[in-house]
Write a protein that binds this ligand. Structure first.
Ligand SMILES: Cc1cc2nc3c(=O)[nH]c(=O)nc-3n(C[C@H](O)[C@H](O)[C@H](O)COP(=O)(O)OP(=O)(O)OC[C@H]3O[C@@H](n4cnc5c(N)ncnc54)[C@H](O)[C@@H]3O)c2cc1C
Ligand code: SF4
Ligand code: SF4
Length: 431
């Protein structure tokens, strides 16, 4: 170890539900943990969900206490807007790597999250945390329940007018901040870099981006949460309350032509969930789910699916070919009715594309010489899936959550427990 290196027992890369769970397990076993998150806040995809299947618990109510515990834990240091790269296993079985912290142009310890900078900033761009449904400023607190709840300046869109600097009562804006690089050594590494959402823009026949009343399932999650952008479920094009909503399942999943032949494991169930939540939010609305097969394989899932039918969600076994927009913004779905073997058309006033999960390709680039092996779908390869599902091809490196393949929250948490236990055992063996 060189004198300027910082030493931890464990580095966890990725601060979604899986990374937080692994970090907390290890920190509670007296290990010193560095949790590296590339985004402005920890929380991953889960912090943006509404209620979660199969229990219909409020996602944020589960995630926010865990985020607070992670950030405040005396044995965990959280580094947001950061990367951990150039990771290398040394001959003694320990690891080194480079921690890069990108500038937020805000002094984290001084920022109170008051959002005065946001009010003053004249620049509006699409809000990535509301999945593009509304705008945000170039000076912004990422989202209301972010952790840390600290502002950042989106320097790519900033016009350097200085309004945020003048408005900040804490003098926390600092445009002189630079990238910080620190050498880190660790006894073991857990990769929890999660998944990417499939981008349905590539399926032109569904018209996302062109037909404004075609939205993704993540945009519907945002419309169903208490911190929702419109304070109700509305059609983006004209603000009308929809009363005849369609879901198209398997968008980007189980499709060889799109290079992703595998099942995303969560879309059937989250669509059944959203259908139930819509029955509550819009009691007069019809919800129709167009599906190829329903995969309700987990504990309580079949009952959850049946519950959605009982609440009035209609399931049509059909493959949707095209979606066309009428002048009034309604959408015409042309689909193959698989039971009847005929081509049909149906009109809906809002269409939700149930997008699948894709591997996050960054996982493969974190190690020197891309030493971490991926499987044929780009997820981290589990070399001993039956006996030790957390192990990778590098001894002492473990995988947690969806970085190893599509899975839901309960499975992500279980896999993080396994990764933490394996990491602890590795540390004990090497000490
Ligand atoms: C629309 C939708 C609805 C869903 N609804 C449900 C539900 O109701 N119930 C359920 O059980 N599951 C649901 N899921 C699945 C659930 O979102 C996942 O199981 C869960 O979020 C996986 O957590 P994770 O930590 O593995 O990954 P993620 O949530 O993707 O977290 C990964 C984290 O790693 C960070 N990261 C990525 N790359 C790097 C890097 N190079 N360096 C540092 N950090 C990095 C990311 O910024 C992110 O914070 C849903 C999924 C979708 C898409
Ligand atoms: S300096 Fe940039 S971030 Fe600050 S108010 Fe002006 S445009 Fe917004
Ligand atoms: S940077 Fe200043 S104005 Fe902006 S949220 Fe932080 S304390 Fe408030």
């Amino acid at each position: 170890m060189t004198p300027d290196e910082v030493k931890y027992d464990v580095v966890v890369v990725g601060g979604g539900i899986a990374g937080q769970e692994a970090a907390l397990n290890l920190a509670n076993s007296d290990q010193q943990v560095l949790l590296v998150e590339k985004d402005l806040s920890i929380g991953g995809h889960m912090i943006h969900l509404s209620k979660v299947f199969p229990t219909l618990d409020c996602g944020a109510c589960i995630t926010t206490p865990k985020m607070s515990e992670t950030v405040r834990h005396p044995n965990i240091r959280v580094s947001t807007f950061s990367e951990f790269t150039e990771i290398e296993r040394l001959s003694d079985g320990t690891f080194t790597g480079l921690l890069t912290r990108h500038p937020k142009y805000v002094i984290e310890k001084d920022c109170t999250g008051c959002q005065d900078c946001e009010d003053a900033c004249p620049v509006v761009v699409k809000d990535q945390y509301q999945y593009g449904l509304v705008g945000r400023k170039a000076a912004y607190v990422p989202f209301s329940i972010s952790n840390p709840r600290v502002a950042a300046i989106d320097i790519e869109n900033c016009i350097l007018c200085g309004a945020c600097e003048r408005a900040c009562p804490a003098d926390a804006i600092d445009f002189t901040q630079k990238i910080e690089k620190t050498k880190v050594s660790a006894g073991t590494v857990i990769i929890a870099t999660g998944f990417n959402l499939f981008d349905p823009d590539v399926i032109e026949k569904y018209g996302l981006g062109k037909h404004r009343n075609v939205i993704t399932s993540m945009q519907m999650e945002r419309q169903l949460v208490p911190t929702r952008p419109y304070n109700n479920v509305l059609r983006p094009k004209d603000g009308k309350m929809p009363d005849n909503i369609a879901y198209v399942l398997c968008v980007g999943s189980r499709d060889q032509t799109l290079g992703n032949p595998i099942c995303s494991q969560v879309c059937c169930m989250y669509s059944a969930k959203q259908g139930q939540l819509l029955m509550g939010a819009l009691p007069m609305a019809d919800v129709t789910i167009y599906y190829l097969h329903i995969r309700a394989f987990g504990k309580g899932f079949e009952e959850f699916y049946q519950q959605s039918i009982g609440m009035g969600v209609e399931y049509v076994k059909g493959k949707v070919g095209t979606i066309d927009e009428k002048e009034n913004g309604d959408l015409v779905l042309r689909y193959e009715d698989i039971r009847e073997g005929s081509i049909k058309e149906a009109t809906h006033d809002l269409v939700v594309l149930s997008v699948g999960m894709l591997a996050n390709p960054e996982a493969g680039t974190l190690f020197m010489n891309n030493a971490l092996e991926l499987d044929e779908f780009g997820y981290i390869r589990q070399v001993d899936m039956l006996r030790n599902p957390a192990s990778t091809n590098i001894e002492g490196v473990f995988v947690a959550g969806t970085a190893s393949g599509p899975m839901d929250i309960p499975d992500s948490i279980a896999s993080s427990g396994a990764a933490a236990a394996e990491a602890l055992s590795y540390l004990k063996r090497k000490s």
